[in-house]
Each structure stands twice: as C-alpha cells, then as structure tokens.
Design a protein around this ligand. Structure first.
Ligand SMILES: Cc1cc2nc3c(=O)[nH]c(=O)nc-3n(C[C@H](O)[C@H](O)[C@H](O)COP(=O)(O)OP(=O)(O)OC[C@H]3O[C@@H](n4cnc5c(N)ncnc54)[C@H](O)[C@@H]3O)c2cc1C
Length: 506
C-alpha cells in the first residue's frame, strides 16, 4: 500500500492525521504538488480490507496502531496517552463525539492579537468540517438505556435537555451527541478528506515514513529527513507543514534544532532557532471516571439494547458551569457504557474540567526519532487549585444527579471513586493521587503574538524565525477550547490550508 518516496514536493505534510489530511486535501484539490508523510501505515481508501476492525468500529475506542505514549514515572500510576500511528491519526481512535466549544474560546484567541481566529471567522470552517466528516446528530430515541437515563435526569441538576452541544452561545445543557459515524463506521479524516483526492497525480501519500527532522538552511525550511524502509532519506520541499499532533509536532521541531537552546545542547542537537516555547504549554482537560454498581433493571435494558444491535459506549453529553466559571460552562459529563467487557461491565460516567490552568511539557529524551518523549502534563498543579476545584464540582454534580429519584434505582451504589471520597478533602486527595486525561492534548507549539515569549508560531501558523515551516494541528492552540478537540483539529487544518492557498495566490 505504501507509495515510493519522491525526491521533492512543493508541500510536505508531516503526519497524515486529523488535521494533516485536511491540509493535504485542500492543497491537492487546489492543484498543488503535495506529499503526505505518515509514520504509521496507510491502509488505503475506505473499503480497503487493510483497515483494522477496531479502527472502523465506532461503538468503542480504537486501540491498535498506538504510539505507546504514557506518563512514565511522572505520576504514581501510569496514565496512557493514546495517539494513533496510522493514516487518519487520532481520528482513527476517538469516540466520534464532535463538539465545538463556546464562542469565548476563539474570541479570546482573537482578542489576544491573533487576527482571523475569532469564533465568527472559524464558524464556516466548523460547518464545512462537520459536512466533510459526515457528522450526524443522534436523536433521543437512539440512545441506549444507560445514555438515556442520564439525559432524562439532567434537568434535575440544572442541565436542560438541548438539541445539540454545538451552539457556540449556549451554556448548560445535555444533548444526544453529534457524531462522525456512518453505517456503524468511524469516519476518520482520511476517509473524509483524502479519499476524494487520492487518485490525483499531484498527491502522494507515503506510509511508514517517520519524519526525523526538518532541514533548515539560511533560515528557511528546505525539506525533511525521513526514516523509510530502514533508510534515512532526504526529501526536498518548498513548504513543510507539521501536523504530527500535540505530542509529536514539538518533537520534530526539537530534533530539527528549533526549541530551547538549553534542552537541545545536552542532546547534541545543533541550534537552528532558539524558541523557548517549543514543547511547553502542554495542557489537556483533567478527567474523572466514576463507576456505579448498576442494577438488574439497567442490565436487562442494556442487554436488550445490545441484542437489538447498536449500543455504542458514548452517545450523549452534558455541559455545565463549576463554581469558578462565570461566562459559560467549564465541565463536561460523559455517560460511558462499555458494551464489550461482558461480566466486567461497570456502569460509568466521566466528568472533565474543560478550562485547565495547569501547564506541562513535552521534551525529548534523545535525538532518536523512535525514542518516546517525556510527556508531563502536570495535571492539577495550578497554584490556586482551580483545576481540582472544577473537577470536584463536576464529581459533586454527578453525585447529585446519580442520587436523583429517577436515576438512583438504576445506577445503584457508587463504586469508584467510592464512599471513602465523599468528603471534599478526601475527593481532592483522590484526584491528586489519580490524575487522568481526556485525550485532548494541545498547546505545545502555541500560536502567539510577537510579545509572547512562549509563542512558537504566529497567527499564520508560521514557525517564528523559520521561513517555509508551518504547524497545523492541536499543538498550535494557545488555550484549549471547552470542547473535545477532534473538530477543532479539523478546523486548524482548514484554517492553515486556507491561509497557505491565499498566500500562494497573492
Ligand atoms: C482514545 C481517544 C479518544 C478521543 N475521543 C474524542 C472524541 O470523542 N471527540 C473528540 O472531539 N476528540 C476526541 N479525541 C481527541 C481527538 O481525536 C484529537 O484531539 C485529534 O484527533 C488530534 O488531531 P491532530 O491532527 O492534532 O493529531 P493526530 O490526529 O494525532 O495526527 C497526528 C498524525 O501525525 C503522525 N505523526 C506524528 N509524528 C510523525 C512523524 N514524526 N512523522 C510522520 N508522521 C507523524 C501520527 O502518526 C498521526 O497520524 C480522542 C483522542 C483519543 C486518542
């Protein structure tokens, strides 16, 4: 399936993931000569038998072809930081929930001086991404009994049932999800964006091609060094677009000598451009998965739903404000009903603090492109303790909901974190000891204005001090939107592609 490596391309897109495929498709559609280099396999177009079943199956998260990243020894227990290493990127793995966040998220970027990134600038791109990713909206009748029970009860704690979570002006609400699922298949960004252009002669997609570094000469990117079929090969480029995701775009920059001098020197990497922000500002939304014993009534209803055929793990979601939020909302609630764990089924619902203040980092352990980086999220370390407060508020809202007359007989006793954590101090201690992530890392090549000491790219996604080098993925988000990040990633791709095409035609 893997094509031959060409010697040169007008545009090289590093990473055929969620955002990278959008950039590649838009440039190819416009007639540009594009090469996609993807570290994992390219399984071909939708319908090819090479696609693994777990990546196609939209009822649960994908697992195969993972980069294998985790928290290492930065926490008391190992937290997995799953990322797909295959064409489609993390859109191969995700829960297919498509949320956009709130208007304030993007307006805040624009107000910080990032021209062109306000909510109204991005809205048409969200709409287009939604169309291309074949997003549909569940109706309440399609929800499994577990999902329906929480959706029905939500108004009891101030979350009205709403049509969608994707009204950029709305605060609290609980809704059936908008999902990129078609005929039970997870519609990844390769199906949605690459398939229509796969046959174009000006697009090449090469799988199993791990980009080691970008070559920079006289302040300009001229190509990449890529590991392919056991060899280290140079491919020349007019423009290089990094789309390796929030963990990997910074590592490519660091191996290229673009980053903080003090980190590069001990690894023997020659400095090309001192940019202290590369790999910094890592943040994700801390998460707590709560589990309940369930009930015979719920088991019987779910068994019936499973035998009827369609019972995905995720289908409905709520949003509400914690005690620290005054503008809109900063909590998500996500009923989760694993259908594939047989007798081990736990009845779960997660909550996440969407606007974390804590910041961590991604750093290289060595200059070897296959070496796993240090990924330290530093969850719940903000000095004011706001993140833990948000998450505790989320847990308490869920407990109140679980205790409501309609839900209590169905969900049963709380098993995790359990009765030992009913006091606020005990709950905080539990959260500090058991950090978890919501799979939405962002911010490690952050977009910023000239005065921002940690800016890595400018508002045109151009790497500061290196001509011809862009970043287009979740890593450029200066702050995380109060959303799951799949559709925002698509929008990053759409926006950067539009800017590249605009510049090319100027
Ligand atoms: C398990 C899981 C569940 C999730 N659930 C949801 C959900 O339900 N809803 C939601 O909105 N979001 C969800 N997300 C998050 C969402 O999928 C991601 O935020 C988004 O896909 C990230 O897009 P990206 O383009 O930044 O990176 P990715 O999609 O990860 O793309 C990066 C690509 O670059 C490739 N790459 C990296 N380094 C190199 C290199 N050196 N050389 C060549 N190629 C390279 C990778 O292999 C990958 O294909 C989930 C994520 C995971 C992992």
């Amino acid at each position: 399936m893997s094509a031959m490596l060409p010697e040169a391309a007008e545009y090289i897109v590093v990473g055929g993931g969620t955002a990278g495929n959008v950039v590649a498709a838009r440039l190819a559609e416009a007639g540009k000569d594009v090469l996609v280099l993807e570290a994992g396999p390219d399984f071909g177009a939708q319908g090819s038998p090479a696609w693994p079943a777990d990546i196609l199956d939209a009822t649960r998260l994908g697992r195969s072809h993972d980069w294998g990243y985790d928290s290492g020894d930065t926490y008391p227990w190992t937290v997995g930081f799953e990322r797909a290493r295959a064409i489609g990127g993390s859109s191969d793995f995700n829960g297919c929930t498509q949320t956009w966040g709130h208007r304030r998220d993007y307006d805040a970027w624009s107000e910080s001086g990032l021209t062109g990134w306000a909510a109204d600038d991005l809205l048409p791109l969200f709409e287009e991404g939604t169309r291309r990713m074949r997003v549909r909206r569940y109706v309440a009748d399609e929800l499994t009994p577990w999902q329906h029970a929480w959706y029905d009860a939500a108004p009891a704690v101030g979350m009205p049932r709403v049509a969608t979570l994707n009204d950029l002006d709305e605060a609290a609400g609980f809704a059936p999800e908008d999902v990129n699922i078609q005929d039970g298949v997870r519609v990844n960004s390769a199906f949605a964006y690459l398939d229509p252009v796969r046959e174009l002669p000006n697009l090449a997609i090469v799988g199993e091609a791990l980009v080691d570094r970008v070559i920079v000469a006289d302040g300009r990117a001229t190509g990449v060094v890529v590991q392919h079929r056991g060899e280290s090969v140079t491919v020349h480029a007019g423009t290089v677009v990094l789309a390796g995701g929030a963990y990997n775009s910074p590592t490519v920059l660091l191996r290229s000598g673009v980053g903080p001098y003090a980190q590069l020197a001990p690894l023997g990497i020659p400095l090309v451009q001192h940019l202290p922000g590369v790999g910094e500002n890592l943040h994700d939304q801390p998460f707590l998965l709560m589990s309940f014993e369930g009930s015979d009534a719920m088991s019987a209803r779910m068994d019936a739903a499973r035998s009827a055929g369609w019972a995905p793990d995720e289908q409905a979601m709520g949003k509400a404000a914690s005690s620290v939020e005054t503008e809109a909302f900063d909590l998500h609630f996500l009923p989760y009903s694993p259908t594939h764990r047989g007798d081990l089924t736990r009845w779960s619902i997660g909550t996440s603090a969407l606007l974390p203040r804590s910041r961590g980092h991604v750093r290289l352990r060595s200059a070897d492109p296959e070496a796993k980086p240090v990924i330290d999220h530093r969850f719940l370390t903000d000095p004011e303790g706001i993140d833990v407060r948000m998450l505790m508020d989320g847990a308490e809202i869920l407990r109140e909901l679980a205790a409501s007359p309609a839900l209590a007989p169905l969900v049963g006793t709380e098993l995790h974190p359990g009765p030992d954590t009913f006091g606020r101090e005990e709950l905080a201690a539990h959260l500090y000891a058991n950090p978890d992530n919501y799979w939405h890392p962002v911010g490690t090549c952050r977009m910023g204005v000239a005065a921002d000491p940690l800016a890595v790219v400018d508002a045109r996604a151009q790497v500061l001090g290196v001509e011809g080098l862009r970043v287009a993925d979740c890593s450029i988000m200066p702050t995380i939107p109060r959303a799951t990040t799949a559709m925002p990633a698509i929008v990053m791709g759409e926006k950067v592609a539009a800017m590249l095409l605009e510049e090319a035609s100027a």
